[in-house]
Ligand binder design. Structure first.
Ligand code: SF4
Length: 88
């Protein structure tokens, strides 16, 4: 149970780092970053197909069946964006 808690905290911290980093890089507006902690598909350069072997279903931010902790709206398990973080 404690490892689940650590994993959850780690996932949350990575999400914050990704969104904050993207905001600092000027990829998303401050308003987008603050709104529910999610960014638009456009800002995160989301695409509905994989980038090589990188795809949403292999990303730590993926929430089955078709959602993301970072990108707003419905996404494809086979999609990809610049916030991709491979699952351990
Ligand atoms: S690749 Fe991007 S859109 Fe897909 S799950 Fe990861 S953060 Fe979300």
């Amino acid at each position: 149970m404690e490892s689940d808690s650590r994993l959850s905290r780690r996932s949350l911290l990575k999400s914050v780092v990704v969104v904050t980093g993207a905001a600092c890089a000027g990829l998303i507006t401050r308003r987008e970053a603050l709104a529910q902690g999610k960014a638009s598909k456009e800002a995160m350069k989301y695409q509905d197909h994989p980038n090589g072997d990188k795809k949403c279903s292999e990303c730590m931010q993926f929430v089955a069946p078709n959602s993301c902790k970072v990108v707003e709206g419905t996404i494809s398990p086979n999609g990809y964006c610049i916030a991709f973080v491979k699952k351990p």
